[in-house]
Design a protein around this ligand. Structure first.
Ligand code: SF4
Length: 274
C-alpha cells in the first residue's frame, strides 16, 4: 500500500512543504534501517543466489521452500512497517493536532499470544514513546511478565495512540470510532493476535461494542473482525487496581486483575493450570 509520505519521497516536488518533506525523508531513513527492510534485502539476495545458478554458488541450506517462506515472512513484516509509519504521522483529528506524538504499539507484531489494549496514551507514554510505562504500566507489565508474557510473544497498545488533552479519554464517540477503525482495528487484522486482553471499560466498549466491564470481567468473549475470531478477556485497568490498593477491597481487586491475566496465559499455553 502506498501512503502519502511514500508519494512525497518518490516524487518530491518543489511544492512540497519543507517541513513535511524532512519528515518524509526521516521516515524513509527509519524504514530503510528497520529490520523488516533489512530482512527484505537478505531475502532478495537469497532469491538471486537461488535463481541464478552458475553466477554465484548456492549454499546447501538455501532451498526454494526456504526462500518462499522468508518472502512470506518479510511481506507480513512489511505490511506492519507500512502501517506503523502511516500511524506515526497521523494528524487526522484534533487530538493529533494538539499533541504531535503518536505512541506506537510495543512488542511482537506477528501473531502474538496476546494483544493488550489499554485506553489512551498518557504523559509518560508520550515521553518514552511506548504504551503502559507509568506506574500503572509497570504493574501491568510486571503481572504479564510473571505469567510468561514477554516482548517476544505479546503486543501492548491503546485504543487511542495519542495523548488526549488533560489525560482524559475524549468524549467524542465519533472521533474515537474513527481512530479505532483507522488504526487499532487494522492492527488487529494485520497482527492476528491469539488473544486480546482488554484493559478497562473503554477498550471493551470500542472492541466488543459493549458497555461496562463489571459483568464481563474475567470471562472470555469471542469477537470476530473480518472473519478473524479472537478470544478477548476484559479486565480491570491497573490504575484502578492501584487506586484501590490501600482500601478494604484492594486485595480482592488486585487478585481479580492477576487472575484474568493468568487465565489468558493458561489458555495460550504459556503456563499450566494448577
Ligand atoms: S487520536 Fe487517532 S485519529 Fe487522532 S491523530 Fe491520533 S492517531 Fe490520528
Amino acid at each position: 500500500m502506498l501512503y502519502d509520505r511514500d508519494v512525497l519521497y518518490i516524487f518530491p516536488s518543489a511544492n512540497v512543504n519543507p517541513k513535511t518533506y524532512d519528515r518524509s525523508l526521516d521516515q524513509v531513513w527509519k524504514k530503510f534501517l528497520s529490520y523488516e527492510y533489512f530482512l527484505n534485502i537478505i531475502m532478495a539476495t537469497f532469491l538471486f543466489i537461488r535463481i541464478s545458478p552458475g553466477i554465484l554458488p548456492i549454499p546447501s541450506f538455501i532451498s526454494l521452500n526456504f526462500v518462499y517462506f522468508c518472502i512470506i515472512i518479510s511481506m507480513i513484516f512489511n505490511n506492519y512497517t507500512e502501517f506503523n509509519l502511516a500511524k506515526e504521522q497521523c494528524k487526522s483529528c484534533e487530538i493529533g493536532k494538539i499533541y504531535n506524538r503518536v505512541v506506537l504499539s510495543d512488542g511482537n507484531t506477528m501473531n502474538p499470544n496476546v494483544m493488550v489494549v489499554g485506553e489512551a496514551a498518557g504523559s509518560s507514554e508520550v515521553e518514552v514513546g511506548k504504551p503502559f510505562v507509568g506506574k500503572a504500566g509497570k504493574l501491568l507489565r510486571a503481572t504479564l511478565n510473571e505469567f510468561g508474557f514477554r516482548k517476544s510473544n505479546s503486543l501492548i497498545t491503546n485504543v487511542i495512540p495519542c495523548r488526549p488533552q488533560d489525560n482524559k479519554f475524549p468524549m467524542d464517540n465519533q472521533l474515537i470510532l474513527n481512530c479505532f477503525n483507522k488504526w487499532l482495528r487494522q492492527e488487529i487484522i494485520i497482527t492476528k493476535p491469539k488473544f486480546i486482553l482488554l484493559i478497562g471499560a473503554k477498550s471493551v466498549k470500542y472492541i466488543l461494542n459493549m458497555n461496562g466491564i463489571t459483568k464481563i470481567r474475567g470471562k472470555f468473549v469471542e469477537h470476530e473482525i473480518e472473519g478473524l475470531k479472537i478470544m478477548c478477556m476484559p479486565t480491570l485497568h491497573p490504575s484502578y487496581v492501584l487506586r484501590k490498593e490501600y482500601m478494604e477491597e484492594g486485595k480482592i481487586i488486585k487478585q481479580q486483575f492477576r487472575d484474568d491475566i493468568k487465565k489468558v496465559a493458561i489458555a495460550s499455553g504459556l503456563i499450566e493450570e494448577k
